[in-house]
Design a binder for this molecule. Structure first.
Ligand SMILES: Cc1ncc(COP(=O)(O)O)c(C=O)c1O
Length: 397
């Protein structure tokens, strides 16, 4: 589909929030589309009127769609999918399942998400594992040649953030996956910011474990996420926390772990959210991930080009290939002040806190960044309005 074929009017019509706000905080949480909100509202109404357990039974088939839709999205089997309440929960349930020994190495990159790093640091302290940062190449993405040279028998996990929270970088996940695959090392991909804005096929990327969240580029409800675990790793990874959904009791003194990825789940969950995330994934698939990626890249490319023309604005995005997350800082106004002034004009942007990308923040020592993260439903007119307002705020600062 060419960009002129992209039905932007339909996308905006089906995004009720477009009528009230210019939302450039899709890397925080996207405006969900009407079909997602409608199904969640209806489900909650049914719970209100009929009872939570009763609705769950009646809607069992519709709720199951989350697994099938996720499998279609990632090109995997539905048994390799777990429903989680956040990307962090999914990531850590699997990370803490690895039986690391003192001296084992975890390879990661400079874009690693703060929460993942916290967990790695805890295991380093507890177990004596070593966290080794693969250097960046000249474009600021993970250096695959350096990674290749670092692979040896000490490496027990490669953990990579595909797209960082705080910038436009797209790490070359498929190249990393190939190296991991040939070396027989598990590859854990944090796809929190890439899921829904880029096509992701777990077999093409060769990742063994992947986590993502519902609320960002997938446009699902908050408090939802998904976890993918490749079948061959399932029986090697015992979840750090068990319950009788993950491991049904056989008797008062024994249980049996589930064979599928639901061994990483809890029984209780946000059922309306699960239904909504399934609908959001189908909705994204309806647009087509290739089309979405092209549309976002076109918008973000235009924004970067135009931002560079505004005096005092410095772009901060790294990477050879870039996504819809555009970061910058200005000589005139600090990020927080700018965010506030833009909000007064009904424009949502966000800032990049240290905790989002601690390694890059330490390495780069930049001022706090403004993050304008675009989705396919954002329009050229919104970009123009934003650029006008930004230009005049900076001129008058
Ligand atoms: C790259 C990345 N990974 C993980 C997360 C955590 O996602 P969640 O809040 O769903 O746990 C975020 C959230 O911003 C993120 O940007």
């Amino acid at each position: 589909m060419s960009q002129t074929d992209f039905d932007i009017d339909r996308a905006r019509r089906e995004t009720r929030g477009c009528g009230t706000i210019i939302h450039f905080n899709n890397a925080g949480a996207s405006l969900p589309p009407a079909p997602v909100c409608d199904v969640v509202h209806q489900y909650l109404q049914q719970e209100e009127l009929q009872g939570g357990y009763e609705v769950m039974e009646k809607q069992a088939e519709a709720l199951e769609n989350f697994y099938a839709a996720s499998a279609r999205l990632l090109n995997c089997n539905h048994e390799e999918i777990a429903f989680v309440d956040s990307a962090t929960r999914g990531w850590s349930m699997v990370f803490y399942a690895f039986d690391f020994q003192p001296g084992d190495r975890i390879l990661t990159g400079s874009a690693e998400y703060g929460s993942n790093l916290t967990a790695m640091l805890q295991q380093a302290r507890r177990l004596g594992v070593e966290i080794v940062f693969v250097p960046d190449d000249a474009h600021g993405q993970i250096d695959c040649q350096a990674l290749k040279e670092m692979l040896d028998e000490r490496v027990k996990l490669i953990a990579l953030t595909h797209v960082p929270s705080g910038g436009g970088l797209i790490n070359p996940a498929a190249e990393v996956g190939k190296l991991a695959w040939y070396a027989g090392i598990p590859f854990l991909l944090d796809a929190c910011q890439s899921l829904g804005q880029l096509p992701i096929d777990v077999n093409r990327i060769c990742c063994d474990i992947l986590c993502g969240t519902g609320r960002k580029f997938l446009r699902g409800p908050r408090g939802t996420g998904l976890l993918y675990v490749r079948k061959k790793w399932l029986d090697k990874l015992e979840p750090p926390l068990l319950n009788h959904h993950a491991a049904p009791l056989l008797s008062a003194s024994s249980y049996r772990l589930r064979d599928d990825a639901r061994r990483f789940e809890c029984w209780e969950r946000h059922y309306a959210g699960q239904l909504g995330l399934g609908v959001a994934i189908d909705y994204a698939l309806g647009w087509g991930l290739e089309s979405i990626a092209t549309r976002i890249a076109t918008l973000a490319g235009r924004l970067r080009t135009e931002l560079q023309l505004i005096p005092g604005v410095s772009l901060a995005d790294l990477g050879l290939k870039r996504c819809g997350i555009v970061t910058f800082y200005t000589d005139q106004l600090a990020a927080g002040e700018l965010q506030k002034k833009l909000a007064e004009k009904r424009i949502n942007v966000s800032r990049v806190p240290f905790s989002a990308n601690p390694v890059q923040a330490e390495q780069r020592q930049l001022p706090e960044l403004v993050r304008a993260s675009l989705h396919y439903y954002n329009s050229d007119e919104e970009l123009e309005y934003f650029l006008d307002i930004l230009g005049s705020l900076l001129k008058n600062a």
